[in-house]
Design a protein around this ligand. Sequence first.
Ligand code: GUN
Length: 296
Amino acid sequence: MSAELISGKEMAASIREEIKERVAGLKESGLTPGLAVVLLGEDPASQVYVRSKNKAATEAGIHSRQITLSEDTPEDELLGVVAGLNADPEIHGILVQLPLPDQIDEAKVLSAIDPAKDVDGFHPVNVGRLASGDPDALAPCTPSGVVEMLQRSGNDPEGKHVVVVGRSSVVGRPMAALLLRKAPGGNATVTVAHSRTPDLGAVTRGADILIVAIGQPDLIRGDMVKPGAVVIDVGVNRVDDDTRERGYRLTGDVAFDEVKEIASAISPVPGGVGPMTIAMLLSNTVEAAVRSAPAE
Ligand code: GUN
């Protein structure tokens, strides 16, 4: 069997078109959604992500502002920038690119963002809302993108046993919370496995839907997947590859060639979850802008 490919790239393109149309309508009624992305330092991977986020926002008609600060920016200065963006009526979404340099307390910065503008869904208020099952919580973009991929590919999680491998606050935990909600895209039976789970394969083989976000290249092999399962690979790992000009290639947490022979559907890396994350960021920004507008 060779699995159907769940192309996040194609889905993200159509979501971005939908968002573009919605933004055009909002602009006609006098509301231009605005997104600010703050980057500290010159980490090449972060620069690439931030550029893609800004480009995607601009293409959707969203007002996009990139604020680049030096690697050694003091915490107080960053908090001042966040306070300015919180008070700025042109900005409805704020994203501070992670990871932050060592002199900065990440939790303090994330808590300083106005929860209504927290399009990353990392503020403790939004984390709490999502964990308590609030269907309107602003949720982190990557797990929201995974839910969207499952729904749009005809693999609704409702009633399914979903195994999430990974317990990070960016993916694994909010992923489990989204899948548990009594809301569209939720109502699943959820198991969370992680780096200390003994006999991981025994757990993953129980999954109707397997979502892997642990950051280990090719961790999930063919014999760890139930025949016919749906597999979503959130991992993005750089592995050395001398045959590539840049000296590396990107690979997921799932041994794609093996698992595609077992699964009924699988997302690739690259071209899977990554593009969906950006689409969800745009969606959260538009949502935050709409909620900010006074009711008619
Ligand atoms: N760095 C890598 N992924 C993310 C993300 O989703 N949000 C932020 N703020 N930083 C990141």
